[in-house]
Design a protein around this ligand. Sequence first.
Ligand SMILES: [Zn+2]
Length: 298
Amino acid sequence: MYDGILRLDLPTGASLIGFADHIALLVVAKELEVAETNCNLAIDCIRTWHKTEAVLISSRKKVESAVVKVGAAHITSKRTLKYLGVTIDSRLSFREHLQEVGRKAAVTNRALSRLMPNTRGPKESRRALISSVTRSIALYAAPIWADAVFKSLYIGGLASTFRLSSIRIISGFRTVSDEAAHVIAGIPPFEEMVRERVISGHGCFRSYLFQFGHNTAEECPACFPTAVEDAEHVIFQCGRYATLRQELADGIGERLTVSTLVPLMLVSATNWTLISQFVAAVMIEQRRAEKARQRTRE
Ligand SMILES: [Zn+2]
């Protein structure tokens, strides 16, 4: 049913993203008026919309809203909009998304906790399985909002729900320290889980972005044309991170490889921290580079 819509000739800066029974219209423009006009023109081309919401994403200090016309109705953009389960806000900060997910995860965690009292409750392996529900809720679409994980204000609620969930697995008490609870339960802290999702290949790598049409090429911009920029290339091979990689090797006593990454992380708390810091530094640089490319494309 969407094929026809997706093939429409839309105004400059307007594009359509279709998934399941949702259609998102994305309009990029420097001026608000241009964005509104192009948005209206695009909507005129489509005309089969049932329920429409809009959000204006902007980095300007002044909070603005756009008005778009759908048939006879005028729709004013809202501060947030939920699309495919992710709350998108006008600053693209994902603050509201993380707050909402935090609330949801906390409610689920409380309900699950009742299933597993500390004494005479299920075994630890079952507790871990039950607790994975909380994690799935919390980590939904993590690569999209992974940047926000560096803002403690945004993820505070989620991180503490995570901690309570780990305490539940080990039948511990609230006085158990965060680190101890996570280590005994075998579950990394929330920030680490988010990073893991990013490392698993769904992050800011050109090969991944390329698959979804967000990038014009999948080759590494530094090692072109010899390497595809995927997680493995960036973490273990790419020349851009040679210095960081060498510093890490000096710190942990050997070079990181695909097969030694996890064993080396588990050797000591210092190793864990050094490797996490290395990965975080690489990811921050990857995001910075991708954002710079986005700006030149605009
Ligand atoms: Zn490279």
